[in-house]
Write a protein that binds this ligand. Structure first.
Ligand code: FE
Length: 256
């Protein structure tokens, strides 16, 4: 299994703090059947700045450690960038890192309770640059939860999205779990990933989420997500079903 979103690089964001933490995470990932992780440290989220070259060096260092420790896991470079006005300029200046450095897919994170006004324009510009934007964990954004049509519109215009495994397994509560499943139902998400930060509170849950997906939606859906993860790492085309609007809950009456 490939995990596209993980804060496994030590000491550069709120994920692993030490190399020992990173190795603990690596061992846990392997125990869940993960063989490849895209390391995606935060960038420009108001707390952390992690630019391309720095990430590339740290990924190489972690891979070396994994080899020494005999942990059968490969780390690929990536980045979780908060949406910001200078993203395109910074991409051109070599500060933004695409997933596995293929210049095809780029992670975009929204603030947790809003979708900035310039989002549609920026995601358009990202695509004009030849990149596919992947909106990370849309299910955890309270604005999108309120108004899923905003996400429908962005996906309809070419953005992809990644739901977090532990959202599906219920770590963030029932509402977010339900919304995650609504997004799968409406073809508004194209992959799952762990967004793991550590081995305690925010760990992988990839196996559990995969089992849930195959039980609820069938193996085909799980394969589709897994194939998309592979395509993203390879920089090739993903499979995208026609997006639909999230169905509004039927009103059951005043007492319903
Ligand atoms: Fe993250």
């Amino acid at each position: 299994m490939i995990d596209l979103h993980c804060h496994i690089l030590p000491g550069i964001d709120d994920g692993a703090q030490t190399m020992e933490d990173s190795l603990d995470m690596a061992r846990q990932a392997v125990s869940e059947g993960i063989h490849t992780i895209v390391a995606t440290p935060h960038h420009q989220n108001g707390r952390y700045i992690n630019e391309k070259n720095e990430i590339l060096q740290r990924v190489a260092a972690l891979n070396e450690q994994l080899l020494q420790e005999n942990i059968p896991l490969t780390i690929l470079p990536g980045q979780e960038s908060r949406i910001y006005g200078e993203m395109i300029e910074d991409y051109r200046n070599g500060k933004i890192l695409t997933l596995n450095s293929t210049n095809k897919y780029v992670f975009v994170e929204f603030p947790s309770s809003q979708v900035p006004r310039f989002t549609e324009r920026l995601l358009y510009d990202v695509q004009a640059e030849g990149l596919t934007p992947i909106i990370v964990h849309p299910e955890r954004n309270s604005r999108l939860l309120e108004d899923p049509d905003i996400l429908y519109n962005l996906v309809n215009k070419g953005a992809m999205t990644q739901v977090t495994a532990s959202s599906l397994t219920g770590r963030f509560g029932k509402k977010i779990k339900k919304f995650s499943m609504d997004l799968i139902d409406a073809n508004l998400t194209h992959m799952i990933a762990s967004d793991a930060h550590n081995v305690s509170g925010r760990n992988f849950h990839m196996q559990e989420a995969s089992e849930l997906i195959s039980a609820e939606y069938g193996m085909d859906m799980l394969y589709l997500f897994q194939e998309n993860a592979e395509a993203i790492v390879n920089g090739s085309a993903c499979f995208k079903d026609t997006p639909e609007k999230v169905k509004k809950k039927k009103f059951l009456g005043i007492f319903g």
